[in-house]
Write a protein that binds this ligand. Structure first.
Ligand code: NAP
Ligand code: MG
Length: 516
């Protein structure tokens, strides 16, 4: 019998045996850098001449590997494979599909540190951040497998005399899955496994800075027994093959997580009907954030400061849920700001293969240049620089954790998603003003409120318009099944990944009524 879903626990790296195991995995991955990786189309491994070079952002001279790159002709071949595979995969029993996910979860659990190590090298995650990413990927496999079994059970309908009525959730067709690089395993696995377990076939286009960890997952699914053509791995440039696949008449749905700009572009392109297309494409688009933590005057100020710094600088602020605005009641503003600055200055910035590192590099050159501009030029002009404000070690894409105080609500720093270690701090007159500032954003993804005042918490519950609202805790670290995740407004379609409504987005309901 299937055990109840439980979250995969984080690894305690304080224990010597766990440290040792992680070091061995890092050594293993370190010895396997620089290899070449193929596309996977209908189970065939296809090497291309043109390759994506994946590099280590902590040591930009180090190549993690070279990944084959699909062009339109190969993308078309993969589409045909997915269309063909759908005709059989759609009729495979949901429980059978789920078992492949459960097996993949077990295999990933056994190789947990190896998967995490690839992320340390490929996208600069620290040990605990990489470990949490792998754990979340395992959770998605376990959770969506169980969810599909639940959805395949008899659905309750109102009884009607003389008729037999049934409702069944059937798959949609071919899905194009487009994940971001910041949770290069968890989000990629979540969107892909949800698509597959619901009976769809997939073209997976990983983000171009993190294709190797994506390949490792595609390979794992093959080893777990997924039939050929169900999951096709087609890395390539978003512009070149992304547009082609999104616009393709046989694409039935697009599962995207990434920036607002790209999400809106995909949504627009998907709304145009291509010749031969006979459905409205479904777009699941989870996008950016400009998340705020509000600190009320009656609260545990130390907890609040720790929550802000953890949420702002975990994985260098490169989380859609990261705190990028701290909105603090004027009565406690100076105290909290001082503690935030002290805690920020105590963070160790460096190579993430070192377990003592708290903050690693940002992911690539364009992110580095953009974030450095906010930290060194735009930020100090728009407010008072109180921590950071400069680049870090030269051998990689390092930006020092930066705090800018007294930032106005109209400032770019308050409104624009920076997606790096730059925090704007703003003073609020009172709690109502704090909520008003918190809602002054295009986005509405996560938010947190630190307060002991019950009426204030209840006001925030009603009026703070974000998809994931947290009280008296940090605003990052959503757990599968515990905190279904997705945002409002320009943060996306509020798909609630890791929640019980999620798989419905990958299915359509068919009602069959027979008159006796
Ligand atoms: P991105 O630049 O939007 O890229 C996301 C994905 O879209 C990548 O695979 C990218 O491929 C692809 N892409 C780019 N142009 C495309 C096109 N024209 N057609 C189809 N696909 C295209 O985002 P990112 O930099 O990877 O990720 C950071 C962003 O993701 C932030 O805004 C963050 O807030 C957001 N995010 C949101 C959530 C959430 O749950 N709401 C979670 C995580 C991240 P290439 O790499 O080849 O360009
Ligand atoms: Mg890289």
């Amino acid at each position: 019998m299937l055990a109840e879903f439980r979250n995969e626990p984080g690894t305690n790296f304080g224990l010597p045996e766990n440290q040792e195991a992680m070091r061995r995995a890092l050594d293993f991955v370190g010895e396997n850098l620089g290899r070449e990786y193929p596309l996977i189309i209908n189970g065939d491994k296809v090497m291309t001449q043109d390759k994506i070079k994946s590099i280590n952002p902590a040591q930009t001279g180090q190549v993690v590997g070279y990944v084959s790159k699909a062009d339109q002709a190969l993308a078309e071949k993969a589409m045909q494979a997915a269309v063909t595979a759908f005709e059989t995969w759609r009729f495979v029993e949901p429980a059978t599909r789920a078992r492949i996910l459960f097996k993949a979860a077990a295999m990933m659990r056994r190789r947990k540190h190896e998967f995490s190590s690839w992320m340390v090298y490929e996208v600069g995650k620290t040990w605990p951040e990489a470990d949490a990413d792998t754990a979340e990927a395992i959770d998605f496999l376990e959770f969506y497998g169980r969810e599909m079994i639940r959805l395949s059970e008899t659905q309750v309908l109102t009884r009607y005399m003389g008729e037999d009525n049934e409702l069944e959730y059937i798959p949609l067709g071919v899905g194009v899955v487009i994940p971001p690089w910041n949770f290069p395993l968890a989000i990629l696995v979540g969107m892909t496994s949800a698509s597959i377990v619901a009976g769809n076939t997939v073209l997976l286009k990983p983000a171009s800075v993190s294709p190797i960890i994506g390949y490792k997952f595609a390979e794992l699914m093959e080893e777990a027994g997924l039939p050929k053509g169900v999951l096709n791995f087609v890395p390539g440039s978003g512009g070149a093959i992304g547009d082609y696949l999104v616009g393709h008449p046989m694409t039935r749905f697009i599962a995207f997580t990434g920036s607002m700009e790209v999400g809106l572009h995909i949504n627009e392109l998907a709304s145009k009907i291509a010749p031969g297309q006979k459905w409205i494409k479904r777009v699941i688009a989870e996008m950016g954030g400009k998340d705020a933590i509000i600190v009320d005057k009656e609260t545990d100020l130390e907890d609040a400061a720790v929550g802000i710094v953890t949420s702002a600088f975990g994985y260098g602020g490169q989380k859609c849920s990261a705190c990028s605005r701290a909105i603090i009641h004027q009565d406690v503003y100076d105290h909290v700001l001082n503690r935030v600055v002290e805690l920020t200055k105590a963070l160790r910035v460096g190579d993430p293969t070192d377990p003592k590192t708290n903050v690693g590099p940002v992911v690539d050159k364009s992110a580095y240049e953009k974030i450095a501009e906010y930290a060194t030029e735009i930020g100090p002009k728009e407010g008072r620089l109180v921590a950071g404000g400069k680049k870090g070690p030269e051998n990689g894409y390092f930006v020092m954790p930066t705090v800018i105080a007294e930032v106005d609500r109209k400032a770019r720093l308050f409104q624009e998603e920076i997606f790096g270690p730059v925090l704007a701090v703003t003073k609020a007159r009172d709690f109502d003003h704090a909520i008003e500032l918190g809602n002054d954003s295009l986005y509405g993804l996560t938010g947190a409120v630190y307060s002991r005042n019950r009426l204030h918490l209840e006001k925030a519950r009603r009026e703070f318009h974000v998809g994931n609202l947290y009280f008296n805790r940090k605003c990052t670290g959503a757990l599968v099944g515990v905190h279904p995740f997705g945002g409002f407004n320009m943060s996306g379609t509020d798909s609630k990944a890791g929640g019980r409504d999620y798989l419905l987005l990958f299915t359509q309901a068919k009602a069959v009524s027979e008159k006796y």
